[in-house]
Ligand binder design. Structure first.
Ligand code: SF4
Length: 221
């Protein structure tokens, strides 16, 4: 097992609040640091945090669930090969912002949740990284869609990579708002999807973030 230390913001158990594994108990491992600064980031506390230095063994000892979500920040900025090796036997989802790729990890990863950032974020993604992920079967692509420009960008990506992304794309609104506004945003997005032939044909899903409905924007849940 690797001896390198990881910079960890938090490790906690909760239900998975988004994506195809929504509702399943998970252990979340949130690593410190991110190379992006999205305007609507909901985990700003993880961006510049030094985190607590932990060994792979320390982190693995805190994992209680069969499903694990490795998240951040951007977790792939740190060398997580040893950690994923230590989690062998667990179903590990890696959440990544589509700017980093480490093919050595593929053998350990149950699911990659890849989230290319659209224009409203003020950031972007790496096309070659996206294409590399799309060659894998165990990939889901998540877009946070905040406005018409984001929506059109998501449609053009789905159209371009149609053969690879059918049934694998999730759209969700920015959830950093009140519950009534969140409902409005979800309704707006559902209406946009149902009016778009490309997305309907591609079996795109609109999903909420269950943890936000239950706990709001609290951390560690
Ligand atoms: S990539 Fe994710 S963690 Fe990083 S700033 Fe954007 S939303 Fe926040």
């Amino acid at each position: 097992m690797a001896k390198s230390k990881l910079r960890v913001v938090e490790v906690f158990d909760s239900i998975q609040g988004e994506g195809g594994l929504m509702g399943l108990p998970h252990t979340f491992i949130r690593l410190a640091g991110c190379n992006l600064r999205c305007r609507w980031c909901d985990t700003k506390y993880a961006l510049d945090a030094p985190g607590v230095e932990m060994s792979v063994d320390d982190v693995v000892s805190k994992v209680n669930c069969g499903y694990v979500c490795l998240t951040g920040g951007e977790p792939l900025l740190q060398d997580v090969y040893g950690l994923l090796g230590g989690l062998k036997g667990k179903k590990v989802t890696v959440e990544t912002n589509c700017t980093v790729r480490d093919e050595r990890l593929d053998e350990f990863v149950f699911l990659y949740s890849v989230s290319p950032k659209l224009s409203s974020s003020g950031e972007g993604y790496d096309v070659r990284v996206l294409e590399s992920y799309l060659n894998l079967d165990n990939v889901r692509v998540k877009f946070v869609v905040c406005d018409d420009d984001d929506f059109l960008e998501a449609v053009s990506i789905v159209e371009k990579y149609n053969a690879f992304v059918r049934g694998k794309v999730v759209l969700q609104p920015d959830g950093m708002c009140s519950m009534s506004e969140y409902q409005r945003r979800l309704g707006w997005l559902c209406g946009k999807v149902m009016g778009c032939e490309v997305l309907v044909r591609s079996d795109v899903r609109v999903l909420l973030q269950l943890h936000k409905v239950i706990w709001g924007n609290k951390r560690g849940v």
